[in-house]
Design a protein around this ligand. Structure first.
Ligand SMILES: [Fe+2]
Length: 392
């Protein structure tokens, strides 16, 4: 057996009703909390009021920061850190989706080090977070980006048109709350997008050069849970069984992502949504997955056969390698069931931007390419983008 390591320090509270413990968990890490959330849905659904009540009920003083947009920006992160400093907050609590959680993690770094977020994002002379990072508690309202279980915080740097990430063990949340009841108000389009993000984390980590037997088990479970539950969760948001299935998929993919990181699909998608900030992360990933599987399944037929099987499309009784070429079809069928069998043109990407996207991937998403098992040249990336352009 090849040597491998696995690490994840997050204390996970998962299951229906887990959100009730929010105040008690936060109180273990401070008496003044910054509550980070998005710009509307948590307030609209009453979840923000409930979070404030739970935190105050546990004796915390709460400052609300509800200015996080989708794809959080460096400006918003620095504004949040200033609120932390002014309010003397000791613990950062995120209640929301990936954007709120990533913003909270970046705010915890900046406030703890009294430094702007750019110090931790720039390509050269990058500062690394230390244990001065404030403690973070995450309760996710989507299934999901798995940010509640990872060492990553993705932040858009407006001036550079770049989406960069802080990657550090110091930004693992102390506590992750994954309560499927929090996801029932997630609209169908968002449910589909974030569910496909889970699928991408599962697939990319599965063929990553960083994969291990532990992450493989997480990946296969996550893929089959997504195939089984995502279409139902999109069709009926109130289906708590489907929501619970997707919550679990998110957890398995999160443990995998935190150890494997992402590969080429995320490597291409981050530049896409940096240039087109209105593009949802999952939709961007959806445009790329089929072309990658179509082109590269034969580089690792056993793994792509396992992907096909996890998605319910395999030749029973035959060696798994015989099903490898069906992986692309299985992914495409699942995307179609949730309304995301789409190409780059459908999300508004202009054809003359494909070379720029490939160049950006090569310049600042190297880490993702390095974990991709296939060596991909600039021409290969452009060809992949071309093949992902149109579904017709
Ligand atoms: Fe992702």
């Amino acid at each position: 057996m090849d040597e491998f390591t696995f690490f994840n320090p997050v204390r996970l509270f998962c299951g229906t009703g887990a959100f009730a413990g929010l105040g008690e968990h936060a109180a273990e890490h401070g008496s003044r909390a910054l509550l980070v959330t998005g710009r509307g849905s948590a307030r609209k659904t009453g979840l923000l009021d409930r979070a404030v009540a739970l935190l105050e009920g546990a004796g915390l003083h709460v400052t609300v920061f509800d200015r996080v947009p989708p794809n959080p920006t460096a400006t918003v992160v620095d504004a949040g850190a200033a609120v932390v400093r002014d309010g003397g907050c000791e613990v950062i609590v995120a209640v929301g989706g990936g954007s709120a959680m990533d913003a909270a993690k970046a705010i915890a770094v900046c406030a703890g080090h009294s430094a702007p977020v750019l110090d931790f994002l720039r390509a050269e002379d990058k500062r690394l977070p230390t244990d001065a990072t404030l403690p973070i508690i995450c309760a996710t309202t989507t299934s999901g980006t798995s940010s509640e279980l990872t060492r990553f915080a993705v932040v858009t740097v407006e001036d550079l048109t770049q989406k960069s990430a802080i990657a550090s063990d110091f930004i693992y949340p102390r506590v992750a709350i994954v309560d499927p009841e929090l996801t029932v108000t997630c609209p169908p389009g968002v449910t589909a997008n974030v569910g496909i993000d889970v699928l991408a984390h599962a697939i990319e980590g599965f063929f990553s050069t960083a994969a291990s037997p532990v992450t493989d088990a997480c990946a296969e479970r996550a893929m089959s849970l997504v195939a089984q539950h995502l279409p139902k969760a999109v069709a009926d948001g109130g289906d708590l069984d489907a929501r619970a299935g997707m919550s679990l998929a998110n957890v398995f993919a999160g443990f995998e992502l935190s150890n494997c990181g992402a590969t080429v699909l995320h490597g291409l998608e981050h530049p896409i949504s940096a240039h087109y900030p209105e593009v949802a992360h999952g939709a961007g990933l959806a445009t790329l997955m089929v072309a990658y599987a179509e082109r590269y399944w034969d580089r690792d037929p056993y793994r792509f056969g396992r992907i096909a099987k996890a998605l319910g499309r395999w030749v029973a009784g035959a060696p798994l390698e015989h099903s490898a070429e069906f992986a692309a079809d299985a992914i495409r069928a699942l995307l179609a069931r949730v309304g995301l069998d789409i190409g780059l043109e459908d999300i508004g990407v202009e054809r003359d931007m494909l070379e720029t996207i490939a160049d950006d991937t090569l310049s600042y998403m190297r880490g993702a390419l390095d974990k991709t098992p296939v060596e991909l040249s600039r021409d290969d990336l452009i060809e992949l983008l071309e093949a992902s352009y149109s579904r017709s």
